[in-house]
Design a protein around this ligand. Sequence first.
Ligand SMILES: Cc1cc2nc3c(=O)[nH]c(=O)nc-3n(C[C@H](O)[C@H](O)[C@H](O)COP(=O)(O)OP(=O)(O)OC[C@H]3O[C@@H](n4cnc5c(N)ncnc54)[C@H](O)[C@@H]3O)c2cc1C
Length: 524
Amino acid sequence: MFASMRRRKHWGWGFEDEQQSAENLRGMAPMLRERLGFEAQDVETPVPLEAVTLPEPRIAPPQALADICDTSTHERATHAQGKALADIVGALRGSFPNPPDVVARPRSERDVAAVLEWAADAGAKVIPYGGGTSVVGGIEARFDEPAICLDLGLLDSLHEVDPVSRSARIGAGASGPRVEQQLAEHGMTMRFFPQSFEHSTLGGWVATRAGGHFATLWTHVDDLVESVRAVTPTGLWESRRLPGSGAGVSPDRMLLGSEGILGVITEAWVRVQPRPAHRLSASVRFARFSDGAEAVRAIVQARLHPSNCRLIDPEEARFTGAGDGTAALLVLGFESVDDDPAPAEAAMVRACALCAEHGGDADETRTSAGGAEGWKDTFLRAPHLRDMLLQLGVVAETFETAITWERFGAFHAAVTGAAREALGGGQGLVTCRLTHAYQDGPAPYFTVLFPARRGEEVEQWWAVKRAASDAIAAAGGTITHHHAVGRDHRPWYDRQRPEPFAAALRAAKRAVDPDGVLNPGVLV
Ligand SMILES: Cc1cc2nc3c(=O)[nH]c(=O)nc-3n(C[C@H](O)[C@H](O)[C@H](O)COP(=O)(O)OP(=O)(O)OC[C@H]3O[C@@H](n4cnc5c(N)ncnc54)[C@H](O)[C@@H]3O)c2cc1C
């Protein structure tokens, strides 16, 4: 079933019709040599789905749910894992170690509740699934019991728009483009653009506390969520629509970041806005990354609230084509929905002046596309690029964190140093950008690129990831600013959180999911 939909690739990012030909990939090799400083390898062709054999499903849906369930190889393989390096490498080679037994696509909350009931009766586990873009093992059935992947994709409608309060009620399964396309019909936008925008979903954003377009102020989806509705194994969890509330521990906040362990988010009221009337952008070059970071600190502490404030180190600017490698690049943007452009213009002038005080050299401010927008395109195309690189024997993976400003310099040096050392003195790049910035600190985002030893890429990567994560933990950073915990970050997350909090979370989970049906192994 589900055959009428445009099919996702069974490996990597995007749709089947987006798979690059070997010839196109070979054409990238000279550019890679120039930008990476090492050679690409022969193009590796993905193992076709027809050659993939999965173990037989261990459970069959009851008659009443047969219509919404699928056990085809394509559905099970494409829902078997997320988009971390190990997932992509495995799928490229036709390996799906933990496929779900069944993929269920509920058409209603009643279906969701029925699947949860079936799972409890059958001794199976349920993994809520949005777009499957988890990079932390959040949707992989790494447990012994039969697994039902609950894909919320059909619950993707815009139900209501409240133009007075500027909010909208949207189905959790709506992908980024679907959210925006439906809101556009009402002249509204959520303006939440994580890099995974194309395939990640509203429910996934809420469940993982995703970080989006706004580099300051409304950084996480938390800031855009007005209320959440979820189906738990013990009943509905729906919070009131409120602009703010001081009534105890927030029921929204508890679902935000719950990563599928407390309930299945079915819809949320989110804060929306008209499309921005004015958008200004500028690129500012700094001889040193640390000068750029000081300028970012000055901008956020002046409370100028740029919508974009991404500082890219020289290496990354060169690799992405945004710069020539001699300077760090700050991509600065201001936008306003108000008819009067003056406040955004004044903020841009002040931000550029602060940059100048820190040695920054700004180009002319633009009101539409240009270098800064070119960088944004690269940003959204990056997931496709990662697949292409892998086929050419180049590993590209990322990790991210946050730290307060007074520790940032030493932190950056320690984490970058640990990652470089773990590369073993071999070829490779470790680059850094600041994706989000707060009054009290930035969210650094690291990209690591190195030549694959084919068949050992995952071990190569985990050597880097472990070293970097240990360095982050030792220096007091968070194991994730927005990529979530999933299964992969558990060792560091468990050390990071206070133990009484962990006990409270386990108790909350027992209260709403007494049979432990939902997403075992994540968070608790
Ligand atoms: C190339 C790339 C770029 C990325 N860029 C960003 C970025 O810019 N910002 C960012 O924050 N993250 C980013 N991510 C990580 C990922 O996209 C986010 O974690 C995203 O929020 C996951 O959404 P999803 O719909 O794909 O959820 P999934 O991957 O399907 O699920 C993620 C977790 O949420 C749970 N979940 C999903 N839907 C529901 C639901 N309806 N109810 C309950 N639980 C649910 C799952 O069980 C799982 O634990 C990126 C990932 C990739 C591969």
